[in-house]
Design a protein around this ligand. Structure first.
Ligand SMILES: [Zn+2]
Length: 372
């Protein structure tokens, strides 16, 4: 009893496998049957096949003048051609994942590790030949993006306090406002407090501790008020201390002066919104990152993934009319900020953050929690 297996050739043409010999389409016969001939050149073995792919065994010639292919070679070709199609239809899927799901669903009993290497190589080649040539200059990148109609939101961008990122944004999007993440700001300042040996003072209710606490109110002022508040109001209550002077010099040089590395307009804003952080971006990044299988993905694959995320996001936005209410802890924090800001406005407090014992610690803890 003869039986035939089917596979697709590299070019997607139907191939029959009978007794480990491959047959490819040769011609249409006058009686409407399809003649398939052995793929070995010079061999006269052939199959007669009906339109519905049934084989008319009685009119086939199964006499070959050569040996059959080895079983692993045929299996390898079947898998390779099947995965080639899968992998190029779905450019972003990991190769190993495709291969494993194939092996789970199909019985294979002949392929070896050498065959797997061959299959992977074959598919990499197929994938590499697909996307257009990589751009070689930033101009080419802009041109490609323009063709693809990629839209970026460029009004303001929230980032960490890393000067390279700020410079790049200012170069590429000249009209975009760079904003600093409140969480990272607090983190930088707290690291500086530790560096200058003030952390034990900070958690105690000493004069120095109080002064440091006030400092963390600065990000909640108007950018224009930061300089005055820092050099007038805060200077009046500045305790004499060498470490504190060093910390203050650090603040002036990096943050509070208008010509500092990160001037107040980047990080100060009179608002109680707690979303002035890069938290949501970082959670996005970790999901985004998990979509890639190489550290330097092809720019076109990269964009494909962005587009698929974009369409997912559209659906989510469309289906969410109500936003989840904040947890009580977060509502309290917002309320606290609101109160402190209005007290500052009406002159009840001269400086934000007073009466609040070390303010940053719970803030950092909250952010760390929201990030998880
Ligand atoms: Zn043959």
């Amino acid at each position: 009893m003869n039986s035939a297996q089917k596979m697709l050739s590299e070019k997607g043409k139907l191939i029959f496998i009978v007794n480990k010999f491959k047959f490819s389409f040769h011609k249409l016969l006058q009686n409407g049957q399809h003649r398939y001939k052995c793929t070995k050149r010079g061999c006269t073995a052939n199959l007669k096949v009906l339109e519905n792919h049934d084989i008319v065994w009685t009119s086939c010639n199964l006499e070959h003048n050569h040996d059959a292919d080895e079983e692993n070679k045929i299996e390898r070709q079947i898998i390779s051609n099947y995965l080639r199609r899968k992998a190029t239809e779905n450019m972003c899927e990991r190769l190993s994942k495709l291969l494993h799901s194939y092996l789970r669903e199909n019985n294979t009993n002949a392929i070896t590790t050498k065959d797997v290497t061959y299959i992977k190589h074959n598919i990499f080649q197929a994938r590499a030949s697909l996307p257009p040539n990589l751009p070689r200059s930033s101009q080419e990148v802009y041109d490609i993006l323009k063709d693809m109609n990629v839209k970026t939101y460029e009004e303001s961008i929230y980032v960490d306090f890393e000067i390279a990122i700020h410079n790049t944004i200012n170069d590429v999007w000249t009209l975009t406002k760079v904003r600093g993440c409140r969480f990272h700001l607090g983190q930088s300042w707290y690291k500086a407090i530790q560096k200058f040996g003030l952390s034990s003072e900070y958690v105690q209710n000493t004069e120095i501790g109080q002064y440091l606490t006030y400092i963390f109110g600065l990000p909640f002022l108007d950018p224009q008020s930061v300089g005055d508040c820092f050099s007038d109001e805060l200077a009046e209550i500045l305790p004499m201390n060498e470490k504190l002077t060093k910390f203050n010099d650090y603040l002036v040089e990096n943050f509070t002066a208008n010509d500092s590395t990160f001037p107040p307009e980047i990080w100060a804003e009179k608002s109680n919104i707690i979303h002035r952080t890069t938290n949501s971006c970082e959670s996005f990044h970790s999901k985004f990152n998990s979509q890639f299988y190489s550290p330097h993905p092809n720019i076109f694959n990269f964009l494909n993934i962005l587009f698929s995320i974009q369409s997912d996001t559209r659906i989510i936005i469309r289906s969410s009319n109500t936003t989840k209410p904040h947890r009580k802890e977060i509502r309290d924090k917002i309320k606290f900020l609101e109160n402190e800001i209005s007290k500052y406005d009406t002159g009840v407090h001269r400086v934000l953050g007073s009466r609040q014992s070390p303010w940053l610690a719970p803030y950092i803890a909250l952010n760390t929690e929201m990030r998880a």
